[in-house]
Design a protein around this ligand. Structure first.
Ligand code: FAD
Length: 277
């Protein structure tokens, strides 16, 4: 399994994240990844967090988005990451805040993957993003799948999905991608459910579907956080069990820099059957 963090904005946040990492690293993740603000807005915080994770003796993946970037800026950042000992990247297009326009020398994540391969050969394990429920800006599901296949054929080593709560969407995506020639491992991204309003807001923005029955149940709990958490743990544990039983190669947890839900999910899954890397 692997864990995702975002770069903390304050010294208190950094300290809290160290505690979270200590707790989660006890589960021996294959790697931990750190998100990257599109346009390079968090570059320093991302790289600093990646450096700390490496110093803690855990493999770290830096997310890396290319929107607004130039070939020279990417080259320089790859050299920095390489010098830090980073061997794994999550290569993304990213989204610029509205008003920024596109700019830059890269249009799609596939352009970034090709560029990284042409500049650094096999130095990095490159993860790309996958969208079992279709990327929100895609022209059509078919076009999105073709874009994913292009990204894999540009040199991706494996993929991590946007989160979802419908296992069938994942299995169909994996089958369809394989049929079109993209056969790299596709690791489901798992979003624990901790807060109802945050999840619903976030899902609308990133194109992840919260099924009606989950949405209604969450709304019916109102401010009863304990019930939301208990329900969320049941739903997400069952999802993870379905995914692993159906052949998912591993799980990638969106921790949101919190340990409790991810720890409990992993404990439950471990009890059911030991988690693979
Ligand atoms: P692409 O693969 O380039 O796809 C973007 C859109 O363009 C899609 O609609 C696709 O269908 C379309 N497209 C792609 N290629 C073509 C083509 N050749 N012709 C026509 N259309 C095409 N965002 C961040 O800012 N920082 C992060 O750290 C971050 N981490 C993430 C981690 C994961 C695992 C995931 C799933 C997402 C993450 N995101 C992150 C969000 C991501 O940046 C956005 O979803 C972004 O809108 C798309 O990035 P992408 O790399 O998937 O883009």
């Amino acid at each position: 399994m692997s864990f995702e963090y975002f770069p903390p904005k304050t010294p208190e946040g950094a300290e809290k994240l160290r505690t979270v990492r200590r707790q989660l690293q006890a589960l021996a993740p294959e790697f931990c990844s750190v998100t990257y603000g599109a346009g390079g807005s968090t570059q320093q915080g991302t790289f600093e967090t990646v450096r700390e994770i490496l110093q803690e003796g855990v493999a770290a993946a830096s997310h890396f988005s290319c929107i607004g970037a130039t070939r020279q800026s990417v080259r320089e950042q790859l050299a920095l990451l390489s010098a830090m000992g980073v061997q794994r990247l999550v290569a993304l297009r990213g989204d610029l805040p509205s008003g920024y326009g596109m700019g830059g020398e890269f249009q799609y994540a596939s352009d970034l993957v090709s560029f990284i391969r042409s500049e650094t050969g096999d130095a990095f394990h490159i993860e790309v993003a996958a969208y079992p429920e279709v990327h929100p800006q895609a022209r059509s599901p078919e076009a999105d799948l073709r874009a994913y296949v292009t990204k894999v054929q540009a040199g991706a080593s494996s993929a991590i999905t946007q989160y979802f709560y419908n296992a069938d969407a994942y299995f169909r995506f994996v089958d369809d991608a394989a049929r079109q020639g993209a056969q790299v491992p596709v690791v489901p991204g798992i979003m624990p459910i901790g807060s109802s309003s945050q999840l619903l807001r976030f899902s609308d923005a990133c194109g992840a579907e919260v099924p009606r029955w989950i949405r209604l149940r969450l709304q019916s709990y109102g401010d009863d956080v304990a019930s939301i958490k208990a329900f969320g743990l049941d739903v997400v544990t069952h999802l993870c069990e379905q995914l692993l039983a159906g052949g998912a190669p591993a799980l990638h947890f969106y921790t949101m820099n919190q340990s409790a839900a991810t720890l409990e999910l992993c404990r439950r899954l471990e009890r059911a059957s030991p988690l693979s890397a």
